[in-house]
Design a protein around this ligand. Structure first.
Ligand SMILES: Nc1ncnc2c1ncn2[C@@H]1O[C@H](COP(=O)(O)OP(=O)(O)O)[C@@H](O)[C@H]1O
Ligand SMILES: [Mg+2]
Length: 266
């Protein structure tokens, strides 16, 4: 039984978010994202102290929108709030990645259930990657279709995607080596294939020129029936990007390095 007081509090918080919506340019995006159930989940996260203030939207995609937020939890201050769209146009593509994953065997096939499982899947994938030594945004918590994670950036400005960073040859080479190392750690330790790796899903910390791997909702376990095909595609994307920067890559060699489970790759 929900008390009147709780309902009033909910109304207040919805009003508050709506007010912020009015302030933002991206009204239609907010209207899309904040269905009542998502608002409720955001409210719960703010009530528990995970979200102190919800800031602006810094990315709108086919599957999810990302917001900057401030939290008071522990020592963390800035976080990224990734909100998956329940009405995503890409729903059918998502199904292929999740239905072959033994970790999600037996989930219901409705749109909502797939999206909620997808959100949990990204959280788990990031966690496994992090535990295996791959630099990814540290995942904090998920609720419903919302994932909270470390914000890669500062003062609300995200670090750039690899595709937008101007690199010297040496920088490109060192980032390439690090990416191959991360792919290898993912494969051998985390037992995962990223499955959407490209210059779009790698951020560069411009202070250290180190790559950060992001966007792991679609990542699959190495025993997924399509894992090898996804690995091939990831390798092709990476080889194409770095090839343009005059770094010669042999795809087959790269795959054997990734699968070799050597701890001593540069
Ligand atoms: N944790 C993060 N910190 C900073 N920026 C991020 C973070 N996660 C994502 N981004 C930015 O938002 C964009 C979209 O996020 P992503 O997870 O790739 O979702 P999608 O590609 O499915 O829309 C990224 O390309 C990146 O620029
Ligand atoms: Mg992406």
């Amino acid at each position: 039984m929900v008390s009147d007081k709780k309902i009033r509090r909910m109304d207040d918080i919805i009003d508050e978010f709506r007010m912020r919506i009015k302030d933002a340019d991206r009204k239609s995006v907010f209207a899309d994202v904040f269905d009542d159930a998502t608002l409720m989940a955001l409210y719960e996260l703010s009530r528990k102290g995970y979200i102190d203030a919800l800031g602006g939207c810094f990315s709108t995609g086919k599957e999810a929108n990302l917001f900057h937020a401030i939290t008071k939890k522990d020592d963390i201050s800035e976080i990224a709030v990734k909100i998956y769209l329940i009405s995503t146009a890409n729903f059918n593509a998502m199904k292929d990645y999740i239905l072959g994953d033994p970790r999600f065997a037996g989930i219901k096939h409705s749109r909502k259930d797939i999206i909620l499982a997808w959100t949990k899947k990204e959280f788990k994938n990031l966690k496994r990657a992090e535990e295996s030594g791959v630099r990814v945004p540290k995942p904090y918590i998920t609720k419903r279709n919302i994932l909270l994670m470390e914000f890669i950036g500062k003062d609300g400005i995200p670090m750039p995607q690899l595709k937008d960073v101007e690199l010297t040859h040496d920088e490109a080479e060192s980032i390439f080596n690090r990416v191959v190392k991360y792919m290898s750690l993912l494969y051998s330790r985390a037992k995962l294939v990223h499955a959407d790796l490209s210059e779009y899903n790698i951020l560069v910390d411009v202070n250290t020129m180190e790559p950060v791997i992001i966007d792991m909702g679609q990542s699959v376990t190495t025993d997924h029936f399509n894992a090898d095909a996804y690995l091939q595609r990831d390798v092709t994307n990476i080889a194409r990007f770095f090839g343009k920067l005059n770094i010669q890559v042999n795809n087959e060699e790269m795959i054997s390095i990734i699968k070799s489970n050597k701890e001593d790759i540069k």
